[in-house]
Design a protein. Structure first.
Lengths: 560, 162
């Protein structure tokens, strides 16, 4: 029996086990939306902006480990997805984005709402497809999901011209996964490489584990824990790796880099062996490259051969999945005895913790995060926006489990956290989901309040409201002579009234003693709540390494 | 340093843009790029000549390998491959110069493929060096038009007895 392209689309999503689609309709995608109307087994969530839909699909993917799905129309619908796609690409998030397209015959004619979305997204997708014939739809969709979710995951765009979604074809779901000729996924590492790693660890006096988002993607948290305990090495987790190793573990030294802990950065500087697993030596981690880990040999374990030796010279490269490689290592690596290095790092950790100056009677942003941590018993899923709010969330909420911290790491997208929280909550209905936001970022996708209210998504948003674009202001204070160019946003909506206007709850908090009760109240309310924490205007994120400086040159917790 | 990169790809629309995009997004100019179908019509092969910083090129090659449509990438070290290019030169030929030009062409085993009252069009095939030497010799006569395919390269057969 012949099916329309739109029917084939729905059947393919069923075969892929898709439970939720985030999206927004429009002219060229209407035939597909018409079929989605009947597909009651696949939940559709209408956001209020396509960017919100892309971030929600991304948040859903990060919270669940499943592939996020977003659908938008051609032209502006597709271009509005671009930031969300780039965001997923930078953080290796599995996502399939379907876009409508003008009919094949009109492509290239500047037709109404036409945009070359496969051209536009080429550098920000793992792969993309234009479905040129209805008969190719099933094969392309199955490849799209396969490519998005395997190897180093990433977003895949599938562009569907309107006539392709209307025309009919036989429906054949590929019996065996069609794997493109040039696509391969590294499996186990060569035994020589594993032996080389084991030997490097055996002769090391000061080993240091540097774990990134690859741990979470791979689900390697248990193997990482066993590995760290076997070799008795301190562990740092990057922003993307938070929760990949328990923050409550005595070996955890915090996050490294520009806003990393003193211990995490000094450990890089002093260690004689870096064991990088699923991390990519980002410039925000390494600081000045020539002075990064100057005494260390570097082992780099990564799924992506292109990530290895991209930024630093690597002594022992190991290509493969973090979980598989750590499992191989656990078979051969001997226990390493604790030594003075461990005691030294533990002393640093005790004596140089992250701290902030608590101005009496002033509501401090760090205190708000600490209280959210306490009130949620450290078990909430935390999403963040980008800027100071993100760094305070990373530094003051302690993550013990993977998929608990959801943040735009690579692209640094303001406006990410709130729609991502909605997606995460839809994927994990039983979890408490908190978006730790800034007053600047939250206004970038505030329209999604309507989505949260419509679908009764009980996310809590904590706006760390300092009436500034705080991170940029901090840089202006430190490096631009306090010239606050374009960063004062004192003119802002009444967030409590705004929440109420959307049919959500709003709570304003101005004094430290009100914080805990407000959070508890928000947690009791069954729907979405916006908390407006009016915090100290000029609090800074400490520690900090100035851009271009080596990471051991840290400015610590003193307001200038 | 100059690199000659051989890339086999799936013969599909958009592949050339994906490949060239990896160079252009890093500010690299491709010196030459030749592409065509192989004996398998589903597969095309490109020869890309590019020069630049080795670390960046190493990254580009790794990224090429990651492209879903790219089947294989070889950065071919000098001496391990044979390469040829083809060049068409339209050169002014006054009656006096014509025989001289034909003589040079003969030495280079180039072919005259079009002949007019005022110009000759010559096809020359060979290594880059040979083609360049020929072009130099034609310059004094006045080159009207010139086009080069860019080189195509193939790894040498490495036999144990060779």
């Amino acid at each position: 029996m012949k099916l329309s392209g739109s029917d084939i689309f729905i059947e393919c999503l069923r075969k892929e086990g898709v439970e939720v689609i985030f999206g927004y309709p429009g002219g060229q995608i209407m035939p597909i939306f018409d079929k989605m109307y009947d597909a009651k087994d696949i939940r559709f969530v209408l956001t209020r902006h396509e960017q919100g839909a892309a971030h929600a699909a991304d948040g859903y993917a990060r919270a669940t480990g499943k592939t996020g799905v977003v659908v938008a129309t051609s032209g502006p619908g597709a271009t509005n997805l671009v930031t969300g796609i780039a965001n997923a690409y930078m953080d290796s998030i599995p996502m399939v984005a379907f876009t409508g397209q003008v009919p094949m015959a009109l492509i290239g004619t500047d037709a109404f709402q036409e945009a070359d979305i496969t051209g536009i997204t080429r550098p920000i997708t793992k792969h993309n497809f234009l479905v040129s014939e209805t008969s190719k739809m099933a094969d392309i969709i199955s490849q799209a999901f396969y490519i998005a979710s395997t190897g180093r995951p990433g977003p895949v765009v599938v562009d569907i011209p309107k006539d392709v979604s209307v025309n009919t074809s036989d429906f054949h779901w590929p019996k065996k996964q069609h794997i493109p000729l040039g696509y391969s996924i590294p499996k186990a590492a060569a035994p020589e490489q594993i032996q080389a790693v084991a030997e490097a660890i055996r002769i090391s006096h000061k080993p240091y584990i540097y774990a990134g988002g690859g741990i979470i993607i791979s689900g390697a948290e248990n193997e990482l824990l066993r590995f760290a305990e076997r070799i008795n090495a301190p562990v740092t987790t990057t922003l993307m790796g938070l929760g990949g190793f328990p923050a409550s573990h005595p070996y955890w030294v915090g996050m490294p880099g520009m806003h990393g802990t003193y211990t995490a950065n000094m450990a890089f500087t002093e260690c004689d062996l870096v064991i990088a697993v699923g991390a990519r030596f980002d410039d925000r981690v390494t600081g000045k490259l020539t002075e990064f880990a100057p005494n260390a040999r570097i082992i780099h374990i990564d799924m992506d051969p292109a990530a290895i030796a991209k930024n630093v010279d690597v002594d022992i490269p190991v290509v493969g999945d973090a979980k598989a490689i750590l499992t191989q290592l656990l078979e051969v690596v001997d226990e390493r005895k604790r030594n003075g290095w461990n005691e030294h790092i533990e002393t640093l950790k005790r004596e140089r913790p992250v701290f902030y100056e608590d101005k009496k009677g002033t509501l401090m942003p760090q205190y708000v995060v600490e209280q959210i941590y306490e009130a949620t018993k450290g078990e909430a899923i935390i999403t963040t926006e980008v800027g100071q709010n993100q760094m305070w969330a990373a530094l003051y909420y302690k993550f013990d489990k993977p998929r608990q911290f959801i943040s735009s790491g690579g692209l640094g997208t303001m406006g990410y956290g709130f729609p991502a929280a909605i997606g995460a909550q839809i994927g994990r209905p039983d979890a408490t989901v908190f978006d730790i936001a800034g007053d600047g970022s939250i206004q970038m996708n505030i329209q999604e309040l309507a989505t949260a209210v419509q679908y009764k998504v009980p996310v809590k948003v904590a706006i760390i409201n300092n009436r500034y674009l705080g991170m940029v202001r901090q840089w202006q204070e430190l490096f631009f002579n306090k010239r606050y160019s374009g960063t004062d946003i004192e003119c802002q909506p009444d967030f409590v009234k705004l929440a109420e206007a959307y049919g959500a709850h709003g709570i304003r908090v101005e004094r430290p003693e009100e914080v805990r009760a407000a959070i508890e109240k928000a947690l009791e309310i069954p729907g979405p709540v916006l908390l407006d924490f009016r915090v100290d205007r000029e609090a800074n994120v400490w520690p900090m390494v100035a851009p271009g400086e080596p990471i051991y040159k840290m400015m610590e917790g003193h307001e200038l | 340093m100059k690199h000659t990169i051989s890339v086999t790809v799936e013969n599909k629309f958009g592949v050339l843009a994906r490949v060239s995009g990896l160079f252009s997004s890093r500010g690299y100019n491709i010196d030459s790029l030749a592409v065509g179908e192989t004996n398998n019509p589903l597969v095309s092969r490109m020869t890309i000549v590019v020069h630049g910083d080795d670390r960046v090129l190493d990254q580009v090659i790794k990224q090429l390998n990651k492209l879903v449509d790219v089947i294989e990438v070889f950065d071919m070290p000098d001496g391990t491959y044979v390469a040829r290019e083809l060049c068409l030169v339209k050169v002014k030929s006054t009656t006096g110069a014509r025989s001289e030009i034909l003589e040079v062409a003969n030495v280079f085993r180039a072919k005259v493929i079009d002949i007019g009252h005022k110009a000759l069009t010559i096809q020359i095939t060979g290594t880059e060096e040979k083609v360049e030497a020929f072009i130099k010799l034609m310059e004094p006569y006045g080159i009207i038009e010139l086009i080069r395919t860019g080189k195509v390269a193939m790894a040498r057969e490495m036999n144990s007895d060779s």
